[in-house]
Design a protein around this ligand. Structure first.
Ligand code: NOJ
Length: 532
């Protein structure tokens, strides 16, 4: 089997350590500038530990389509995207039609040379009515076929149980994640996944990015059920200061109950591992001022530690307790017992770095001066203008490593989409030199973190093929493959060739070096300063 024991820590030799130390001195001296050398550093697969998982990541709603086929019910996203007048003009009714083309997609992955694939299970396909109905056998068959086909190719399935989509009925009946009843729903769903797929799936993550989902669905009102209040957005219902905290609390407890179940009933027999995935941006202080430094550190606590502190230590971060009043929920002593230590590994989705500015002592716009925002205003990139800051990868890994005692980690997502206006011509999209440079630079940064002793076990590029990017529809494109939206043909971009070379041919791992002459412009985080 390709998976390996999560308890075996990587050993760092003294020479490596010395090299890391030199690198550390070098990078701290350059901590506020984009280092050209950093971006151009060569990167080879052999720089990663043996057995390291390299794959691509996707999620059910974003690629499957077949939104009403073979017994699947409507999900929260299906319904949201069909509400007349909702700003989303696009939907994922068909998406990439992966439901019918999964074999071709697995062939493509195999041709790239990956040894793992991160996918998610559509809750509405497996349990169309949650606990209120039967398991849909066709849904189980579909994921069985995927898992078996992957294993036949030697590709490890790395499965997210819940990635933003759930049966609409759970929203209609009791308001989904705002209700503690959703915890039991999730346990039921996960239990069915373990029963049906756990004999072959060894890596489970429970919920994808609960921190981002709470914020998008209940603070900004951009994801269903579109709840928010001013100044964060203009929704008909919601309370942006409170509801994200409640939704997150229910997701954390749901996760912990699932882990408890997995450990008590499945783990010994099935021999897998269970973790959670967060959206993990890195934050840098806007100025050298101590107040902005504190704002950056608060931002990390309010975003990343919000999820992981409870799962590792049994309570919300002290930084959050300090600034939130009674609105920050408490874990009962019994809950604290089973939530503490409820992950075998940490998953981080890392894309970019943002500036943080203090909002305790100075005024801020857009709700930066509220407890729910950690009293920090963040240079919000939004999808279309991600900043490319490769050193952020090393920094966020270092933060997680230190805070959580170097628990095993996976980079469960990392990827690049050009800003919308840049990606108009198909030929330009296929000639995606910037994406190659992005992955090379972020991988080099990850390799540095590993040389510094971080226990990282895998890297998943987001994403295999351009797909439905939530509220941005199909306009943002993170894929190694271009999808012709008329024919749904998968067309490899230059980056697919690069990734394949990186994975399969170590002596040619610098294939993208042939693009070095291109004028690759990394979008500068520095430019954002002027706007803040
Ligand atoms: C985070 C999410 O997990 C995924 O669904 C999304 O498409 C990517 N990052 C890119 O935004």
């Amino acid at each position: 089997m390709l998976y390996h024991n999560l308890n075996t820590k990587m050993k760092v030799g003294s020479a490596q350590f010395y090299l890391s130390f030199l690198l550390f001195l070098f990078s701290s001296a350059h901590s506020h500038v984009e280092s050209f050398n950093e971006e151009k550093e060569d990167i080879k697969r052999s720089q990663f530990p043996d057995g390291f998982l390299f794959g691509t990541a996707t999620s059910s709603y974003q690629i499957e389509g077949a939104f009403l086929e073979d017994g699947k019910s409507l999900s929260n996203w299906d319904v949201f995207n069909h509400i007349p007048g909702v700003k989303n003009v696009e939907n994922a009714d068909i998406a990439n039609d992966h439901y019918h083309r999964y074999l071709e997609d697995i062939e493509i992955m195999d041709s790239l040379g990956v040894n793992a694939y991160r996918l998610s299970i559509s809750w509405a396909r497996v349990l169309p009515r949650g606990r209120f109905g039967e398991v849909n056998p066709t849904g189980i068959i579909f994921y069985n076929k995927i898992i078996d086909s992957l294993l036949l190719k030697g590709i490890v399935p790395f499965v997210t149980i819940h990635h933003h989509d759930f049966p609409q009925e759970l929203e209609d009946r009791y308001g989904s994640w705002l209700s503690p009843l959703m915890q039991e729903e999730f346990v039921f769903f996960a239990q069915n996944c373990f029963k049906s797929f756990g004999d072959r799936v060894k890596y489970w993550t429970t919920i994808n990015e609960p921190n981002l989902f709470s914020e998008m669905a209940y603070k900004k009102g951009k994801y269903p059920p579109a709840h928010c209040s001013k100044p964060f957005g203009n929704c008909s219902v919601g309370n942006s200061d409170l509801e994200p905290l409640i939704a997150m609390h229910n997701m954390l407890l749901a996760h912990a109950k699932v882990t408890k179940l997995y450990r008590e009933r499945f783990q010994a027999k099935q021999g897998g591992f269970i973790g959670m995935v967060v959206c993990a941006f890195m934050y840098e202080p806007l100025t050298d001022n101590e107040l902005d430094r504190e704002a950056a550190s608060r931002a990390l606590a309010f975003k990343v530690a919000w999820t992981f502190d409870p799962l590792v230590f049994g309570d919300y971060p002290p930084e959050m307790r300090r600034y939130h009043g009674s609105e920050l929920p408490r874990f009962s002593p019994e809950e604290a017992k089973y939530i503490k230590g409820s992950i075998d590994f940490i998953g981080i989705n890392h894309y970019s770095t943002q500036y943080a500015k203090d909002c305790i002592h100075s005024s801020c716009i857009q709700g930066g001066d509220r407890a729910i925002s950690g009293f920090a205003y963040l240079a919000m990139t939004g999808m279309p203008t991600f900043f490319v800051v490769p050193r952020g990868m090393e920094e966020i890994i270092e933060y997680v490593k230190k805070r959580y005692h170097n628990m095993p980690m996976f980079v469960t997502e990392n990827g690049y989409s050009p800003p919308k206006q840049e990606a108009e011509q198909v030929q330009d999209q296929l000639h995606d030199v910037k994406r190659i440079e992005f992955h090379k630079a972020y991988l080099a940064s990850l390799a540095r973190a590993i040389r510094n002793g971080a226990d990282v076990r895998g890297y998943f590029a987001w994403t295999l093929m351009d797909n439905y990017e939530w509220v941005e529809g199909y306009s943002l494109k993170f894929g190694f493959y271009y999808i012709d939206r008329q024919t749904l043909k998968r067309i490899p971009k230059l980056s697919a060739r690069w990734f394949q070379n990186f994975l399969t041919n170590s002596s040619h791992s610098n294939e993208a070096g042939s693009f070095k002459g291109q004028n690759v412009i990394f979008s500068g985080l520095e430019d954002k300063k002027a706007e803040m």
